[in-house]
Structures are given as structure tokens and as C-alpha cells.
Design a protein. Structure first.
Length: 163
């Protein structure tokens, strides 16, 4: 059996060890510092522009990520800068040749994503009839782009079955 003096010495040593461990752990926690990490985020830039001549047009991806593109073509007769009352009739007054595009609900969809700096296959618009009343044929071409990843987002936004 231990005597009273031995018990006090063991308790005192145990107390010193607990205090030393507590102080040492607290000091280690407070004096350590993590190396700061920089998080660099580059936001996606989705943008496109229409390029081309009078009858052949392409859409160029001027953004920084791959993008799907769709185009709406609104044909007009114009006279002296004003839109003429009669609308040109497809396959009678003009025709559109768009290899690599699919026409759905008034939009031509380019089903392959376009890389930054690249352009779509061309869309050609051919005038088939003479313009009425000294008008000129002026197609208004509207292009939109949407990032290609995730593909489900593009499918939902445009309701088009991208591959």
C-alpha cells in the first residue's frame, strides 16, 4: 500500500503533466498558421458574333468556353431603309441552305459545340425571286449561344436534343 506522501507526489506529477500538455497543445494550436491558398475563378464568357457576306453567314464563338449556337433568320424586303409591308416567302422568294444545321421551331440549331475562336458551318441564303416594288432583300440574322457543358443545361434551356 502506498503511503500518503507517495500519493501526493503521484497526484502532483500527474497535475504537472496535464498542465504541461494543455499549455503545449494550446500554444501549438495558437502559434501554427496555415499557408493561404489562392482560389482563382475564371467566369465563363458565352458570346458569339455573326460573320459573313451578303448571302453566306457563319457564327463565331468569341467566348472562352465551348458553346452551342442557334440562329433565327428573319427575312425582310426593305425600301429606302424601311421594312416593306409584304414578307418574303420561304422557298418562293428565297431559300436557305444550312448543312450541319437543323431547323426546329424557327431556329437553326448547330448540333456540334463550337470551340472558342472557331466558327460554325455556313448558312447560305439565296434569293429566288425579284424583289417587289424596287425593294431589296435584307435578312435579319439573330444568333444566340449557350455553354455546352453541362449538356443537360443546354437541352433544358433550348429544348433541343443535343448529343
Amino acid at each position: 500500500m502506498m503511503n500518503k506522501k507517495t500519493k501526493i507526489i503521484i497526484m502532483f506529477i500527474s497535475l504537472i503533466l496535464v498542465i504541461t500538455a494543455s499549455v503545449g497543445g494550446t500554444y501549438a494550436l495558437l502559434s501554427s498558421s496555415a499557408t493561404p491558398q489562392k482560389n482563382v475563378f475564371i467566369p465563363a464568357d458565352i458570346s458569339c458574333c455573326i460573320t459573313g457576306e451578303e448571302s453566306e453567314y457563319t457564327v463565331k464563338n468569341i467566348g472562352n468556353v465551348d458553346a452551342y449556337v442557334r440562329v433565327a433568320i428573319i427575312p425582310n424586303w426593305q425600301k429606302n431603309g424601311n421594312i416593306y409591308a409584304l414578307k418574303p416567302i420561304s422557298d418562293s422568294d428565297y431559300s436557305i441552305v444550312a448543312d450541319g444545321w437543323e431547323l426546329i421551331d424557327g431556329y437553326f440549331y448547330h448540333s456540334i459545340p463550337i470551340a472558342p475562336g472557331e466558327s460554325t458551318s455556313p448558312i447560305s441564303i439565296e434569293l429566288l425571286a425579284s424583289p417587289p416594288d424596287e425593294c431589296e432583300f435584307v435578312p435579319e440574322i439573330l444568333a444566340e449561344s449557350i455553354q455546352s457543358q453541362p449538356a443537360d443545361a443546354a437541352k433544358e434551356a433550348w429544348n433541343y436534343p443535343f448529343d
